[in-house]
Design a protein around this ligand. Structure first.
Ligand SMILES: C[S@@+](CC[C@H](N)C(=O)[O-])C[C@H]1O[C@@H](n2cnc3c(N)ncnc32)[C@H](O)[C@@H]1O
Length: 378
C-alpha cells in the first residue's frame, strides 16, 4: 500500500508526549518539528492514528513542503501537488491559511492563492471547468513558517479532543487531549490508586480509565477522512474492530473523583458512563477540606480552581491549607497539580516540585507541578 507522511499536531509542551504515543503505535521514525510530530505511515494507518492518539490535536496528511517567498512560488508549489489523488471531482474543500515569520503574512491571501492553485490542478486532472462540490469534505491547511509552505489535508475533522463522551462540562473543563497528557506525564499505572479531589467534569479520571482499559479515545466518533474514497472503508472497519477487540473488560481500577458541587459530580458520572468507564470510577460529592486519606501510596492529579471568576482568595487559601495538611507528609503519594497560580509551590510545603512544566489550558499559561512520591513496595 501507498506510503504517506502523517503529522500529529501537538499543543505547546506536549510534543514529547505525542511523540511517545506515535512511537507506541509502531511508527518508529516519529520526529518532532515545530509543535508537530511527523511520521511515515501507510494510507491504511490513517484510521488507526485517528482512533488511538490521545494527546494529539489532529492528524494531518502531508501533501508537500516547499519554499514560498512570493505568491507566484506559492501558487506554483501548490499546483504541483497531486491533489487529485485525494480530492474527488465532487469534493467540497475549504482552505485554512496562516503565515508566521514569513514574507507572505496575510492569511486571506494565502487562502485564496492556495484555493485557486488547487482548483487549477483539479481542473486539469478531471478535465472540467466547474466543480459541483457536493461530495466529501476536505480541509486543506496552508501554513507558512519562515517562508516555507507546509500543505496538508486534515484527516480528523473536529479536533481529536472531541471524543463524544463529554456532555456535562462544569466550570473550566480541561481539554480531553490535555487531560490525557497529564495522566501520561504522571507515574500512574492501571494498578495504582488515582484520585482527583476537584475533578469537575471528570476529564482526567475518565481519560485515565480509558487508558487503563485500553479503550481507543476515538472509538465513539467519526473522522473527516472516513468520507474519502482514497482510504478504503475496510481500513476504518478493521481499525475499529481491532480497537474493540483489545479493550480490557475486566481490568480492576482504583480511581476516585470528588468535587464540592453535587451537580458537577452527577455530570462527571454521566460523562464516565458515556465513555464506557462508568463502573471504573467512584465519584462522590466532597469538599477537599473534608478529604481524609488513609492509603500510604497513591497518585493525585488535579486541575485546581484558580481566578476570581471561580472562587475568592479566602476560599483558595483554605483549599491550599487543607491540601497541605493532607498531603505534605504523604511521601508515598505522587502529586500532580495543574494551575495558573504561580504561588502554588509556596503554599504546598512538601518541598520543591521535582519538575515544573509550562503548558497552556484554553490559551491561559499554566504550570504542571510534579512532586514525585516513593514507589510502593512490590
Ligand atoms: C478547574 S475545575 C476542574 C475541571 C476539571 N479538571 C474538568 O476537566 O472538568 C475546578 C473544580 O474544583 C471544584 N472545587 C472548588 N472548590 C472546591 C472544594 N473546596 N472542594 C472540592 N472541589 C472544589 C469546582 O467545583 C470545580 O469543578
Amino acid at each position: 500500500m501507498e506510503e504517506v507522511t502523517l503529522i500529529a499536531t501537538a499543543a505547546f509542551g506536549l510534543e514529547s508526549v505525542v511523540k511517545r504515543e506515535v512511537q507506541a503505535l509502531g511508527f518508529a521514525d516519529a520526529r518532532v518539528r515545530d509543535g508537530r510530530v511527523e511520521f511515515t505511515a501507510q494510507v491504511s494507518d490513517i484510521p488507526r492514528a485517528n482512533l488511538w492518539l490521545r494527546s494529539a490535536d489532529r492528524v494531518l496528511l502531508k501533501m508537500g513542503e516547499f519554499e514560498a517567498r512570493t505568491f507566484d512560488q506559492l501558487f506554483e508549489g501548490v499546483r504541483a501537488l497531486p491533489w487529485e489523488d485525494w480530492i474527488t471531482s465532487d469534493g467540497r474543500f475549504t482552505v485554512l491559511g496562516k503565515g508566521v515569520k514569513s514574507q507572505l503574512g496575510s492569511f486571506r491571501a494565502i487562502q485564496s492563492i492556495t484555493k485557486k492553485a488547487v482548483v487549477e490542478r483539479l481542473k486539469g486532472a478531471y478535465a472540467v471547468d466547474w466543480f459541483q462540490e457536493t461530495g466529501p469534505e476536505f480541509t486543506i491547511q496552508a501554513a507558512l513558517r519562515k517562508d516555507v509552505a507546509l500543505l496538508t489535508l486534515d484527516t480528523s475533522g473536529p479536533g481529536l479532543h472531541k471524543r463524544g463522551y463529554r456532555v456535562h462540562t462544569g466550570t473550566a473543563p480541561l481539554k480531553e487531549t490535555l487531560a490525557a497528557a497529564l495522566v501520561q506525564l504522571s507515574f500512574w499505572r492501571p494498578e495504582r490508586l488515582l484520585i482527583d479531589p476537584m475533578c469537575g467534569s471528570g476529564t482526567i479520571l475518565i481519560e485515565a480509565a480509558m487508558m487503563g482499559r485500553n479503550i481507543a479515545p476515538g472509538l465513539r466518533r467519526s473522522f473527516a477522512a472516513e468520507g474519502w474514497p482514497a482510504i478504503p472503508a475496510s481500513a476504518w472497519h478493521l481499525a475499529r474492530e481491532e480497537a474493540r477487540d483489545v479493550i480490557k473488560r475486566d481490568e480492576p481500577l482504583r480511581i476516585f473523583g470528588y468535587d464540592i458541587d453535587e451537580e458537577v459530580i452527577a455530570g462527571a458520572q454521566a460523562n464516565a458512563k458515556r465513555a464506557r468507564v462508568g463502573q471504573d470510577i467512584v465519584f462522590e460529592q466532597k469538599d477537599i477540606r473534608d478529604l481524609w486519606i488513609d492509603q500510604q501510596y497513591g497518585i493525585l492529579i488535579s486541575n485546581f480552581p484558580y481566578g476570581v471568576k471561580m472562587l475568592d482568595f479566602k476560599e483558595l487559601n483554605e483549599i491550599y491549607i487543607s491540601f497541605n495538611k493532607t498531603f505534605k507528609k504523604k511521601k508515598g503519594w505522587s502529586i500532580y497539580v495543574l494551575t495558573a497560580d504561580k504561588m502554588f509551590p509556596r503554599y504546598f510545603k512538601r518541598g520543591r516540585p521535582d519538575r515544573v512544566r509550562k503548558l497552556f489550558n484554553a490559551n491561559i499559561e499554566v504550570r504542571y507541578y510534579q512532586y514525585y512520591g516513593e514507589r510502593p513496595p512490590r
